[in-house]
Design a protein around this ligand. Structure first.
Ligand SMILES: NC(=O)C1=CN([C@@H]2O[C@H](COP(=O)(O)OP(=O)(O)OC[C@H]3O[C@@H](n4cnc5c(N)ncnc54)[C@H](O)[C@@H]3O)[C@@H](O)[C@H]2O)C=CC1
Ligand SMILES: O=C(O)[C@@H]1CCC=N1
Length: 270
């Protein structure tokens, strides 16, 4: 079988994508090549997913006929671009999909001249098929490339298309957001423990409160402010808690977290 999908860098996000793409049958293991420098990781990926594994990024470009998916850290992008510059002179024209925070279409198109490129920002809930990916299309893409990218990211959750100028903001919100929410779950549980709950029960209550609230908001389509009003009894417990959150700058902390993360995404591309 021909190799259709190449993955360069298979850490947290690479593996999240890879495992779902294989589980959903978007690609067969024999159609996938993965490059990874870490020896232990190579052995694990080969054994776990039965895909072709290499340490040589250029053979991914040489062999993957449909997609080359970049999932390395932004800090190694220029080294990889240099490494691949030679091989790109040959007549390969796979769709290049990059999920590198901050790395722009123009940087990607500079590194991979005249190739169709999709810049995307997924998030870690992709691991369980509950991610959301924002993507934008490069100058050399066509409808077929758009469909391929859509199919790949649909395998791990929802997909939205945005203009590139919004990608740093997306990164600060949904790209980094799972960490903010995890911090919130941890802190809610800590609060429960501080109020006397056993740790295991506190963890369960915190997690299900976040999950259930997200589900309720999604299914009922009510505004978050309306849900807050529904929970808040006059003179009750919730308004006491909310008043404390406001005194502690809860909203402002989240707003600033997204804003600063978006700025950091912008910096990473420089
Ligand atoms: N972790 C997250 O929540 C998200 C990360 N991203 C982006 O995804 C990219 C990857 O992030 P993670 O998976 O978290 O990082 P990671 O560190 O878990 O994975 C990167 C992988 O690339 C490999 N690698 C390092 N140098 C390499 C090279 N020269 N050639 C090939 N592979 C190489 C590493 O061994 C590692 O397995 C980053 O650019 C990040 O901005 C995007 C969305 C969410
Ligand atoms: O922290 C980061 O830079 C990456 C991008 C979005 C989530 N993780």
């Amino acid at each position: 079988m021909t190799i259709r999908f190449g993955l360069i860098g298979c850490g947290v996000m690479g593996e999240a994508l890879l495992s779902r793409l294989l589980a959903r049958g978007v690609y067969q293991p024999s159609e996938v090549i993965v490059s990874e420098p870490l020896l232990a990781r190579q052995g694990f990926l080969q054994q776990e997913y039965d895909v072709t594994v290499t340490a040589d990024n250029s053979s991914v470009f040489a062999l993957a006929s449909e997609v080359v998916f970049l999932a390395v850290k932004p800090q190694v992008f220029s080294a990889i671009a240099q490494e691949l510059a030679g091989i790109l002179e040959a007549a390969y024209s796979p769709l290049v999909i990059s999920i590198l925070a901050g790395v722009s279409l123009s940087q990607l198109e500079g590194a991979f001249p005249q190739l169709p490129i999709v810049r995307a920002m997924p998030n870690t809930p992709a691991t369980v098929g509950a991610g959301i990916t924002a993507m934008c299309l490069g100058a050399y893409t066509n409808t077929k490339h758009q469909q391929i990218a859509q199919q790949i990211f649909s395998a791990v959750g929802e997909v939205v298309e945005v203009s590139e100028i919004l990608m740093d903001a997306v990164t600060g919100l949904s790209g980094s957001g799972p960490a903010y929410v995890a911090l919130m779950v941890e802190s809610l549980a800590d609060g429960g423990v501080a109020a006397g709950l056993p740790r295991v029960i506190a963890n369960q209550l915190a997690l299900q409160t976040v999950l259930g609230t997200a589900k309720l908001l999604e299914e009922s389509k009510i505004h978050p402010a309306e849900l807050k009003d529904r929970v808040t009894s006059p003179g009750g417990t919730t308004i006491a808690g909310i008043a404390q959150l406001e005194r502690s700058g809860f909203r402002s902390a989240l707003i600033e977290a997204v804003r600063v993360a978006a700025q950091r995404s912008l910096e990473l591309g420089k």
